[in-house]
Design a protein around this ligand. Structure first.
Ligand code: NAD
Ligand code: UGA
Length: 368
C-alpha cells in the first residue's frame, strides 16, 4: 500500500515510519513542517520513504495531490502539548480541528480511508471526580474508559485545557457522522500516554519551552538546573504505553487485515502501567541512579510541588485518572502490549541518556 503519513516528523510519526520502513511492506509518503526528528530516516535514503516538507494549513494543493495518490491517509498532525492548550487555545483549535478538517474533506473527495489520531483526553475527567465536583459522594467505582460506552466529561470553558480534547472530540464526531451519511471509511486512534525515544525536546537544550512530563523530569536529571516539579503534588495518575507496543497496534489498524477496523475507535494503552506522577518522579530518579548515573552528572534533583496555575498559567485543569479498556484492540486486532512500567521508563530513559552522552562527547571534542 501507499501510506500518506501527515505529521510523520513528530514523536509517534518517526517511530511509526521507522517500523514501516523496517517491515518494507508499504511505501511511506511522509509529510511534516519540521524535518529535525525525521532527518535520521530521510538520511537512510530508503526506497520505501518519500519525504515532503509541507504544511497541511497552507500547502493544500500539494496535500490534495498526495491524498489522491495514497491508499490510506494517517493524520497525526496536532498541537499535543498541554502547555499550549492554556497558552494558545485558539491556535490549538485551529490546527487540531479546522486544519485537520481540510484533510477529512480531501479524503472524502478522493474516497480514501483515513486513520485519524485523537486522544485519551476526550474522556476528560473520571465520573468519580465529576461526582466530587457536584458535591456528591466520590466513592464511584473507577472503571476503565471504553470507546463506545464511556461518557466524555470536560471541565468549564474558562479552563482552556479542554479545548484540545474538544477539538479532537468534534473531529471524531464529524468522522462518524460522515461514516453514517456517506459511508466514509475511517478509524480513530485514542493514544493513552505513549512514551519512548524521541518523545520531546529537553528545555535546557532547546533554550526553554514546556514539553511533556517525561522530558521535564529527564531535564532535571541530566542538567540539574531546575528541580523536578510536581504539578499540584503529582497526585494524578497516568498509565504509560511504550511506543513499540503502540506502533505495533497502529500498524494493525492501518493494515486492517481482518477488515474489521472501519468506523471503529480504538483505545491504545497499557492499563497495567498505571502510577501517580509523584511515583513516576521517584522511579525515574531510582532507575537513573541504578543504571545511568555517571561521573560529572548533577546530584539527584530536589522534588518540589508547584500549583497548576504557577506551572501552566490560568486555565489549567488536570485529568485525574485515565485507564484504557483495550478489549477492542485485543479482540479485533489480536494485539497485546508487552512492556511493563519499569521497562517503559528504562527504555525511554536509555535513549535520552545515550543522546545526551553523545552530545557531551561532541562538545568536549571526543568525537566529530
Ligand atoms: P508531535 O507533536 O510529536 O507530532 C505532531 C507533528 O505534527 C509534529 O512533527 C509537527 O511538526 C507536525 N505538524 C504540526 N503542524 C503541522 C502542519 N501544519 N503541517 C504539517 N505538519 C504539522 O505529537 P505526537 O506525540 O507524535 O502525537 C501525534 C498525534 O497523536 C497527535 O494528533 C496527538 O494529538 C495524538 N496523541 C498523542 C499522544 C502521545 O502519547 N504522544 C497521546 C494522545 C494523542
Ligand atoms: C498529554 C497531552 O495532552 C497529549 O500529548 C496527549 O493527548 C496525552 O497526554 C497522552 O499522552 O495521552 P498529559 O498526560 O497531561 O497530557 O501531559 P504531560 O505534560 O505529560 O503531564 C502529565 C502529568 O504530569 C500532568 O498531571 C502534569 O500536570 C504533570 N507534570 C507535567 C508535572 O507534574 N511536572 C512537569 O514538569 C510536567
Amino acid at each position: 500500500m501507499k501510506l500518506l503519513l501527515l505529521g510523520a516528523g513528530g514523536f509517534i510519526g518517526v517511530n511509526l515510519t521507522e517500523r514501516l520502513i523496517k517491515d518494507g511492506k508499504h511505501n511511506v509518503v511522509a509529510v511534516d513542517i519540521d524535518d529535525e526528528k525525521i532527518d535520521y530516516l530521510v538520511e537512510t535514503k530508503s526506497p520505501k520513504l518519500e519525504y515532503h516538507n509541507l504544511n497541511i494549513s497552507s500547502d493544500e494543493a500539494e496535500i490534495d495531490g498526495l491524498v489522491a495518490a495514497a491508499d490510506v491517509v494517517v493524520d497525526l498532525v496536532a498541537f499535543a502539548n498541554p502547555a499550549l492548550y492554556v497558552e494558545d487555545p485558539v491556535g490549538v483549535f485551529d490546527l487540531n480541528f479546522t486544519q485537520n478538517m481540510k484533510v477529512v474533506k480531501q479524503c472524502l473527495k478522493h474516497k480514501k480511508r483515513l486513520v485519524q489520531f485523537s486522544t485519551c483526553e476526550v474522556y476528560g475527567i473520571t465520573p468519580a471526580k465529576a461526582a466530587e465536583q457536584f458535591g456528591l459522594s466520590s466513592d464511584t467505582h473507577i472503571t476503565p474508559f471504553s470507546e463506545d460506552e464511556s461518557p466524555l466529561i470536560m471541565g468549564p470553558v474558562k479552563n482552556h485545557r479542554w479545548i484540545y480534547a474538544c477539538a479532537k472530540q468534534l473531529l471524531e464526531r464529524i468522522l462518524d457522522a460522515h461514516w453514517k451519511r456517506d459511508g466514509f471509511q475511517f478509524s480513530v486512534i485514542r493514544p493513552f500516554n505513549f512514551i519512548g525515544p524521541r518523545i520531546d525536546f529537553l528545555p535546557s537544550e532547546a533554550g526553554g519551552g514546556s514539553p511533556r512530563v517525561f522530558s521535564h523530569f529527564m531535564d532535571a536529571l541530566l542538567y540539574g538546573k531546575k528541580p523536578i516539579k510536581l504539578v499540584d503534588g503529582g497526585e494524578v495518575y497516568r498509565a504509560y504505553t511504550y511506543i513499540d507496543d503502540a506502533v505495533d497496534c497502529i500498524v494493525r489498524i492501518i493494515e486492517d487485515n481482518n477488515s474489521n477496523c472501519e468506523g471503529q475507535i480504538f483505545n491504545i494503552g497499557q492499563p497495567e502501567n498505571e502510577l501517580k506522577i509523584k511515583e513516576l518522579a521517584v522511579r525515574m530518579c531510582e532507575l537513573f541512579d541504578e543504571h545511568f548515573r555517571a561521573e560529572g552528572d548533577p546530584p539527584r534533583p530536589e522534588i518540589i510541588t508547584v500549583s497548576g496555575e504557577e506551572f501552566y498559567g490560568k486555565g489549567y485543569e488536570d485529568c485525574d485518572r485515565r485507564i484504557a479498556d483495550i478489549t477492542k484492540a485485543k479482540t479485533l486486532l489480536g494485539w497485546q502490549p508487552e512492556y511493563d512500567i519499569d521497562q517503559v521508563i528504562f527504555k525511554t530513559m536509555e535513549h535520552f541518556v545515550n543522546s545526551h552522552r553523545e552530545k557531551q562527547k561532541k562538545e568536549s571534542g571526543e568525537v566529530f
